[in-house]
Write a protein that binds this ligand. Structure first.
Ligand code: BEZ
Ligand code: FE
Length: 285
């Protein structure tokens, strides 16, 4: 019989050790830790559900199609991370803030750098819309002091439920987006339209997965905000329209109770609604 050195060949029971033992001692420490944990949990998952060959081929096909539909405008992997609650979990872990500070939520794929900078009071809506709305409030610190020079970057969908970037040639560029800067009183106010609920892009593998799971693709109506000022943590968030039927079943799990805002009907010239919300910033460490 041939004498072999003692080597741990791959076995079902020893699968995790077999793979993790190959990580070289020179590997970056964080990468080694992350990969060891990934292999441990991935193998535990495969063992838990006892994946069949056919199921594994289906999973590989799903991931292949997810990659194939991605381009400069479509990021199906982010969408997959969103509908699995992973985007919100990563966001929560990386944006822990003291009580009272405005909470974060997902950025989403429809933010655009370089939106027009407007004076306070301007309208971000270029293409009209019946449900006109005044958005207003304060940017303050945790002690209630106004934050001067805060940049407020806002964007929302049209009354048909599409962002400008989803309808080039239909909506004007930068429709329903804009950037405002607070003065010494920390106040902001601008005009726009009341956002509406809309489906996330569901004509790809992620949409098919949602259908198979009996889930709908809708997000409750929301206005996106990025609020930042020198010396403070930048808040990436939305405010949600109170009463929206999808608040408790957001396809991407983005809703937090503190971000739900009452839209109050008003009779003020052309404005039909008013949505007031104060942003509370936390000093960066
Ligand atoms: C959004 O709110 O714009 C969004 C977020 C996650 C996935 C798709 C859209
Ligand atoms: Fe959105």
């Amino acid at each position: 019989m041939i004498e072999h050195a003692k080597i741990d060949y791959f076995t079902e029971e020893g699968s995790v050790d077999a793979v993790n033992a190959r990580i070289s001692g020179d590997t970056n420490g964080r990468l080694a830790d992350v990969m060891r944990s990934l292999v441990t949990h991935l193998h535990a998952f495969i063992k838990d559900v006892e994946v069949t060959q056919e199921e594994w081929a289906t999973a590989i096909d799903f991931l292949t199609r997810t990659g194939q539909i991605c381009d400069d405008n479509r990021q199906e992997y982010i969408l997959l991370s969103d509908v699995l609650g992973v985007s919100m979990l990563v966001d929560a872990i990386n944006n822990r803030r003291p009580t009272g500070a405005t909470e974060n939520t997902v950025l989403g794929p429809f933010h655009v750098d370089g939106a027009p900078e407007y004076q306070m009071g301007a309208s971000i809506t270029q293409a009209g819309g019946r449900e006109t709305c005044l958005f207003e409030g304060n940017v303050k610190d945790l002690d209630g002091n106004p934050v001067e020079g805060a940049k407020i970057d806002v964007w929302c969908d049209s009354e048909d439920g599409f962002y400008d970037v989803q309808q080039p040639g239909v909506q004007p560029r930068h429709n329903n987006r804009g950037v405002f800067t607070t003065g010494p009183d920390g106040r902001y106010w601008f005009r726009g339209i009341k956002p509406v609920s809309y489906p996330i892009p569901d004509d790809g593998p992620v949409g098919q997965l949602l259908t198979k799971l009996g889930r709908h693709p809708y997000r409750p109506a929301h206005m996106h905000f990025i609020v930042g000022a020198p010396g403070y943590d930048t808040v990436v968030t939305h405010t949600f329209v109170d009463g929206d039927p999808y608040l408790t079943s957001d396809a991407v799990f983005g809703v937090k109770r503190s971000l739900i805002v009452r839209y109050e009907p008003v009779t003020d010239g052309n404005t039909k609604w008013r949505a007031e919300y104060d942003f509370v910033l936390h000093r960066s460490e």
